[in-house]
Structure formats: C-alpha cells, structure tokens
Design a protein around this ligand. Structure first.
Ligand SMILES: NC(=O)c1ccc[n+]([C@@H]2O[C@H](COP(=O)([O-])OP(=O)(O)OC[C@H]3O[C@@H](n4cnc5c(N)ncnc54)[C@H](OP(=O)(O)O)[C@@H]3O)[C@@H](O)[C@H]2O)c1
Length: 310
C-alpha cells in the first residue's frame, strides 16, 4: 500500500529510492543471452548510453556506440577491444542514410538532449525532434530494410517520463509560430517515440520493439538542461547504471517481451496516465506518414553497408 502511494508520488518512484524499492524484486540477467552479440547504442559514449554499453560489455557483447563527437568514446572506451565508434549526427538525415552500418543483434535508440537554443533542421524540425525522432526512425528503417538488423532482434527506444504530460503535437515542429520551449519540444519528441514504438511493433512483426523511461538520472545532460531541478534533487537522482537497468533487461528478455510495450523498472506501464494526453488515431497515422515521407525523400543517399564486425 505504502509502495503504491510512493509510486503515485512520482518523486519517490522516478528517483533513486524508487529504483531501490522496485529492484528488490529484480533477478540477475541471463548473461548467456547477450554474450557474443553485437549491439548498436546511439549516444552510447556517455551518461545512460555509457552505462548501457558497459552493461552489454559485462555480459560479453560487442557494442558500436554512435555520437557526434568521439571525445567521450575515446575517454571512456578508447582502450576497449569490443567497442567501436560510429560517428553520427542524428539530426543530419543525409548522414544517417550514408552511415557505415554493420549487422547488429539489437539497437538502442538512446541519443538525446535538450539544447537551450532553437536549431532548425531542413526547415521542418527543431533539432530535438529531428535527432530523437526523425533521425532514429531513418536509422531503424535503414537497419530493417537493408538487413542490418538480424530477424527477431530487439529495438529499444529510450524515452522519458517527461512525455506523460504531453499530447502529441505535430503542428509547427520547427517553432516558427510560437516561442521555442525546449522542455515542451523534448516532451513532444519523447511522446512521439512512445507512439512510434507501438506503431512500428504493429508494422515490423519480425522484431521486438520496446520503449522505457529511465527515471531521473544524474548525467551531465540533465545538469546542463535543468540545472535548478538537478540542484534540488541531486542527492535523489539515480546512477546511470540504475537508469540503464530496464534497457538492458529488455535486451536480455528479447522475444519473451510482447512487442510495442512501454517499461519502467522492468514493469509494463501505461503510456497515458492522463486522458487529456491521448492522441487521435489520425494523429498517430500522421506521425508515421510524416516519417515515411522523410524516409522516401532521403532514399537517394548512397549508403555503405559493412558486413563484418571488425
Ligand atoms: N538523464 C535523465 O535523467 C534522463 C531522463 C529521462 C530520459 N533520458 C534520456 O536518456 C537518453 C540519454 O540521456 P543522458 O542523460 O545519458 O544524456 P548524455 O549524457 O548527454 O548523453 C547523450 C548522448 O547522446 C549523444 N547525442 C546527443 N545529441 C546527439 C545527436 N544529435 N546525434 C547523435 N548523438 C547525439 C551524445 O554524444 P554527442 O554529444 O557527442 O553527440 C551522448 O553520447 C536521452 O534520450 C535522454 O532523453 C534521460
């Protein structure tokens, strides 16, 4: 009863105490189901992505980490023989279509941030929506279409609890008619990821889609984006390892999970605690149509497909 009340409080659920309470019921992951596999982790160079990568390495997997800069990769993994770096700006759609991909046993769509200033991409999207939604969609579409993702592999979206208060809004994705609001843009992009997880699960039945939110995690990104929040809740924030736990668990569970569900601390959760965030079916389809249009518009970019891991 008290635990349920704490979960409703949000603070005592998304924070470190929430993780510790939920983790009392967790069991060890089965390392053998990840060993020898090759995963792609976007934004795997630092923060939660670094913890996902370290977890995968500990279970014997190989990991390709992507990011715009190789600075954090060199600092955190430069010495590791089972980690390689893929330079990739997810807001550069031509770069996503041309990226030098390998063949993977799973992909984690983790890269993200909340820049203070508005940056518009291809006149249509701000950089948050461009990188976290469009870029990731193009990447998954390529992986599936080109056979770079082995059949039955997991595809995991790292969303945020920030989307709980946001209804999908596809109007003015480049903030031309209203003042740029990074928190709203971020929440909208995360809401779009949650919806895409469901829609792609219905469409691509040969893969296992999952999506989660990590809780509040002490990373540089959070400190930069929300300094006041971080200062106030600093001691309550989760570690990156705690933030990565459910993501690793989803990868380990693989086909055992029902595709398209949303997870927090290893439990399937509702995506709409509030009725007023529910999107219309037409808006869900509009999101998919918009992304398919981007996919077709960027088809002519020649891509490189590597077939070997090394
Ligand atoms: N920290 C939290 O409390 C929290 C809560 C909810 C959800 N999340 C989500 O968890 C994920 C990881 O966040 P984090 O806190 O670990 O952030 P972080 O420490 O800043 O790591 C972000 C990673 O994404 C990469 N990245 C950022 N923008 C990119 C772009 N346009 N193209 C390609 N790569 C890009 C970064 O590398 P480069 O800068 O070199 O590109 C870095 O590797 C994000 O999706 C975030 O929204 C975090």
């Amino acid at each position: 009863m008290l635990d349920t009340l704490k979960d409703y409080s949000v603070v005592y659920s998304f924070d470190r105490s929430g993780y510790e309470r939920h983790a009392r019921h967790f069991s060890e992951l089965n390392a053998t189901s990840l060993a020898g596999k090759h995963f792609l982790v976007t934004g795997g160079t630092r923060g939660i992505g670094q913890a996902i990568t370290e977890g995968l390495l500990a279970y014997g997997a190989e990991v390709t980490v992507s990011a715009r800069s190789d600075r954090d990769y060199r600092a955190n993994f430069g010495h590791h023989s089972r980690v390689r770096f893929l330079p990739l700006d997810l807001a550069d759609f031509n770069a996503v279509m041309a990226a030098d991909l390998s063949v993977y046993d799973g992909v984690v769509l983790n890269a993200g941030g909340m820049p203070d200033k508005l940056q518009v991409v291809e006149d249509r999207f701000d950089v948050i929506f461009a990188s976290q939604v469009v870029g990731h969609f193009l990447l998954v579409r390529r992986l599936i279409t080109e056979g770079s993702l082995k059949p039955l592999s997991p595809v995991h979206w790292v969303a945020s609890g920030g989307m709980y208060l946001q209804k999908l809004n596809l109007s003015d994705l480049s903030w031309q008619r209203t003042d740029y609001d990074k928190v709203k843009s971020y929440a909208n992009a995360k809401r779009a990821q949650v919806i895409l997880n469901e829609l792609m699960a219905q469409r691509f039945k040969n893969f296992t889609f999952s999506c989660s939110h990590p809780g509040w995690v002490a990373t540089q990104a959070l400190a930069d984006a929300l300094p006041g929040f971080t200062k106030k809740l600093g001691h309550r924030l989760r570690t990156p390892e705690q933030g990565a736990d459910t993501i690793l668990w989803c990868l380990e569970q693989g086909r055992k999970l029902k595709s398209g569900r949303f997870w927090f601390d290893r439990r399937a959760r509702k995506t709409h605690p509030f009725f007023w965030t529910r999107e219309r079916e037409a808006d869900r389809l509009a999101l998919l149509e918009l992304l398919e249009a981007e996919w077709h518009a960027h088809q002519s970019i020649p891509s490189k497909v590597a077939t070997s891991v090394n």
